[in-house]
Structures are given as C-alpha cells and as structure tokens.
Design a protein around this ligand. Structure first.
Ligand code: DON
Length: 582
C-alpha cells in the first residue's frame, strides 16, 4: 500500500468544499442538532481523527455520527445506523430482513462476527417452490407471502447491543422512531426508487399505504414521507427490545398476516429465531490480514480463497485497469464461484470444507491451472455438478469509533423492497430471502441455476448468502472496512476494492471508483461495469472471455484508517451515499 501517495490525495480531497458539506436531504429535526456541532463533516468523503461512518444515506450516517459523538461505541452506532436505514432506505434497510456484522473489539484486540441471517420457516421443504411439472413456479420464492425467511435483524441488533454495546438501547432506536414519525423529505434517489417499484406494491395494501400517496401514485422528490406504522413497530422494539418483534405485539401482527395470506411464518417460527455469534473466517493477503464472514455467508470463505489464488501472481506489476490483471481476477472468480456452488451452505446443517478452501496449498493447486493469456471454460471445470441473474439491493455500512472499535455491516431484504409483502399495521417490508436457497434440487446449469445439496431448503436452515462484511488489518490493527450489496457480485466487489488498495496502491476513493468486474462460474461470461474502457473489454475478448460492459456493480461504503489514526470515510457514488467523520 503506497501510504504517502494516498495521504496526499486524501488530504487534498478533504479540502474540497463539496466533500465537507451537509448531507443530501438533511433538514429534519432528528439530525439537525448534530449539524450545529463543530469539526464534523458529512459528504461523499469525510476525514476525522475520532470516528467515522459511511453508509448509503445522509440521515443514517448523521444518526451514526451523533451516536459516536454522544459517547457511543462503533457497535452502538452500527445499531443506530441500521435502525435509521430501516426508515430512510426502505429498498434494503430493514427490520424485516437479516444480515451480518464483522466486528473488531479494540480493547480485547479480538475479531468476531454476528449472524442474523433469516431462517427458513419450520414448515418449509426442499421442493416448496416446485410446481406439478417439477419445475420452479416462477416468482413464488421471490414475491409475496411465501418468499420471506424468518427475519433476523432485530435479534441481531439486540445481540450486538447486549454483548458489546454501551449506550442505552432506547438511545439507539429512538432516532429511527423519530425519522419514521416526523417523516423524511424524499431525496431524488429515494423518490425515484419508490416510483420505479410503485406498481409492484399493488397486491399488498399495507405496502401501498406505507410508500404511495393516498391516491396510489408515487411521491415526488421533496415530499415528506411519514411512516406511522413503522414508527409503531420501532417504538415497540425501543420499549421492549427484540421480544416485541419475536413474541410480542409486532410478532402477533406479522403471524396474523402470514396466516391470512397463505404464508408460512408462525409465532413459533418467530419465537425460535436466534442470532448467533460466530468465529470469523480469516486469511492473509501479502502481509495483510483478512477478517470476514463465515457460513451461512459464502462471502468470507470465497473472498479468502480468491485472494490466496491471486497472491500466487505478481499483481503489482499491473495497473488496476490492465486486462492482464483483470484476466487473473476473472480466473480466480471462476474457481471461487465454482467452489461456492459445490460446497457452501449453512454450516449448522452441512459440512463446509472451509479450512481446505481457504488454504494456501489449495490456492497453489488452482493457480497452477490458470493460464496468463487464455480464458478457461467454466463447463470444463465444474462438469461433475452440471446437470442440465440476481437483484441489486442490499446495503453495506462501515463504522469506526474513537477507541478503534470497528463494525462492518451488510444487511438486506434480498431484492430491492424485498417480497413487497407487509403485514398490516407494521410498516416494514418483508424480505424475499428464501430465493437465496437452491430452489430446484439437482439442477445446476449453464444459465446459472444452482441445485447443489448444501444450499437446499430445510426447516430452520439459513439460506446461503454472498454478503461479505470485511475488515482488513495490518500489523494487528484494522486499516480497511469494506463490504457491498449486489447479490453474487458482492464477493467480487470486495475483492476488487482490496486488490485495488493492496496491489495497485490506489487511495480508497479511487479504489472504490475503479470499474468493477464480475464472473460467477456460470453463466460463463464476464460482466464489466459500463464505465469500463472499450479497449479493456476488447482485450478480454481477445483472451477468450465472453466479456461485455453494462450497468454498475455494488455500492461499497468504506473506511480507511491511516497509521496516524485518521479515519477516512468514503461513500460509493454509484447509488447515493454519505460519509461522515469527526
Ligand atoms: O445474501 C445475499 O447474498 C443476497 N440476498 C444479497 C442481495 C443483494 O445484495 C441484492 N443486492 N444488492
């Protein structure tokens, strides 16, 4: 990592006025107080000596920063940001979904992770989405009342708070209650995203009521969006903790709506949900330590595997956009995603060979088969599991506090706005995470269907995730906090940011901006971001890759910690974003 070059660029960016201005859309009493304070900046980049937050949304970043400035630790701030995003970023922020936190505890010099992934309801079966013809019924695992897994977010935040939090629970939920009650002024981003899905709310009256005007049309940018039902749910949670959600008044409304609409989640399912603390997956990359999420996410395991493969090549001889470097990234991805499809699932239900997949020996074996100037074919690699696309919402945020504690959180309701289903009177969308299970047992094909055993549905099992909340450390101290949304692309986005920083010496803002690349074994094609150079795409085609450029990949809100302790928060400009520091 070329720290000197990075530092100069960072400091000059911090002096750009727009990088230090007020967050977009602020003007709400829930956050206005903190804006009066000195020595605090929120923008697309922010640098501070004490604490930092980077998230998709200005309200949520401001809430997190306020918690830090009030004496909260990074865990407190991460909880408050998570609840705030449930109000201000309903496409992915949630209390009706699930996710993961990777945590560094400075005082104990210890890393841990929290798993609050959704679980299959107890009435779920491996073939529940198949029709009479033995094929998946289109959309059944995706929209409506059969799509949700049992939500984990509220249990996860409570576990985080009880185990590692500092400020009172009410202090962390209250800003979200206020944002929901008093309302937020819709940013162009949020108004646009709600308008783009407005029609899909039609079969779900509670969702229509929550997000559309009373005549059923979408709100405009600048309108005030109040969410009184969500405020009710959050207030129950503020007063009674997770019990309100899993056994109390919120649970009753949720279970009643499920039973009325043919869903599977019952009071028993909710009462049985447990968030879990797990040991992280760990690896090393050229002297850096990688700490990330174990199963039921595939993220940490496959990230470490791909980094180990890349470590066998001299990547630093290339520029970040060099087709030769991107070729090696693609070949590492091809193997990583084949192994993901073959082995990964909920390790409480199936054996996952994490040690082997993350070992340097295995990486050397794989690397020996990679040719520097020719694409391999995925079908030739994974023939034994072959028998016969994904959404783009989820959200990642990063927090560092004054003591050096770090939290990397990715959570989701799967698709943007999840299943669209909402129980009357609760105000929160339910996830469609059941679509992350392999819905068609036995069918793995070149279109990208995966039907392998480890990730088949079973009652109480957690569906496989790609979410990769990660901390990178050097000399025993965290230096980079990174993660992203983007479904299966997530692991590759995190890989790209790490390689950009470690191998190509890019300062974090450039590492985040650099065009991304995705290959997932099957389909055997490479997707580069639309911002990639035409020459790069042509050169990859020349190496035999089915490469094309379109769209954007991920949304990585990251923090870099310099040796002198300065914290640089970087918001990814791809969607919306707000970095804050003090
Ligand atoms: O857990 C997972 O891997 C997915 N449910 C995440 C979904 C996602 O990232 C969608 N988009 N950004």
């Amino acid at each position: 990592m070329r720290a000197t070059r990075a530092m100069v660029i960072v400091l000059s960016l911090a002096l750009i006025p727009s990088a230090c201005g007020a967050p977009p859309g602020v003007g709400n009493s829930a956050v206005a107080g903190a804006l009066d304070q000195q020595a605090r900046s929120i923008g697309m980049l922010a640098i501070g000596a004490n604490g930092a937050v980077a998230s998709v949304d200005g309200f949520a970043t401001a809430v997190g920063l306020e918690v830090l400035m009030d004496g909260g630790n990074a865990i407190d701030a991460a909880i408050a940001v998570g609840f705030a995003l449930a109000v201000t970023h309903p496409a992915a922020g949630n209390i009706g979904g699930g996710g993961f936190m990777t945590i560094y505890l400075a005082e104990e010099d210890r890393y841990t992770t929290l798993d609050f992934r959704e679980r299959a309801p107890l009435g779920a079966t491996a073939d529940m989405y198949l029709g009479e013809d033995g094929r998946p019924v289109r959309g059944l695992n995706y929209r409506g009342w059969l799509a949700p897994g049992v939500p984990g977010t509220v249990a996860g935040f409570e576990l985080a708070h009880q185990t590692y939090g500092h400020l009172p629970w009410e202090r962390l939920v209250e800003p979200a209650v206020r944002l929901a009650d008093e309302g937020i002024l819709l940013t162009p981003y949020l108004a646009g995203s709600l308008a783009s899905v407005a029609e899909s709310f039609e079969p779900f009256p509670a969702s229509k009521k929550a997000f559309l005007k009373s005549d059923g049309t979408p709100h405009a940018s600048g309108d005030l969006l109040r969410q009184p039902d969500l405020a009710w749910s959050l207030r129950q949670i503020m007063r009674e903790g997770a019990a309100a959600f899993y056994t109390g008044a919120v649970a009753e409304r949720l279970a009643a709506a499920m039973s009325e609409n043919g869903g599977l989640i019952t009071m028993e399912d909710l009462a049985a949900y447990e968030a879990k603390e797990r040991d992280p997956v760990r690896g090393t990359y050229r002297g850096y330590e990688i700490i990330s999420m174990p199963p039921p996410s595939s993220g940490g395991t496959i990230l470490v595997e791909m980094l180990n493969i890349l470590e066998t090549f001299d990547m630093s001889q290339y520029e970040a956009s060099d087709p030769a470097a991107i070729h090696l990234l693609i070949e590492a991805m091809r193997q990583g995603y084949l192994d993901r499809a073959t082995y990964l699932g909920d390790a409480d239900f199936v054996d996952v060979p994490i040690d082997r997949l993350t070992s340097k020996e295995y990486a050397h074996q794989v690397a020996a088969g990679i040719e520097p100037t020719r694409a391999r074919r995925s079908a030739a690699l994974g023939a034994e599991i072959l028998e016969a696309p994904e959404s783009t919402e989820t959200t990642h945020y990063s927090v560092v506090d004054v003591w050096g504690n770090v939290v990397s959180t990715t959570y989701t309701i799967e698709s943007g706005f999840g299943s669209r289903a909402m129980a009357a009177g609760t105000g929160f969308l339910l996830n469609n995470e059941m679509s992350d299970f392999n819905a068609w047992p036995g069918v793995t094909d070149e279109r990208g269907y995966i039907g392998t055993k480890p990730n088949l549905i079973a009652p109480g099992k957690r569906m496989l995730s790609s979410m990769t909340p990660t901390i990178v450390a050097k000399d025993g101290k965290p230096v980079l906090v990174v993660g992203s949304p983007g479904g299966k692309t997530i692991i590759n986005t995190v890989l790209r940011v790490i390689v950009n920083v470690v191998d190509f010496g890019l300062p974090l803002p450039d590492a985040v901006r650099e065009p991304r690349v995705h290959h997932q074994w099957m389909p055997d094609s490479v997707r580069l971001e639309a911002t990639s150079a035409a020459d790069t795409i042509a050169a990859l085609r020349g190496l035999g890759h089915d490469a094309s450029g379109r769209g954007l990949q991920g949304d990585a809100h990251c923090i870099f910690i310099y040796p002198d302790g300065a914290r640089l928060a970087v918001a990814d400009p791809r969607r919306s974003g707000a970095a804050g520091a003090y």
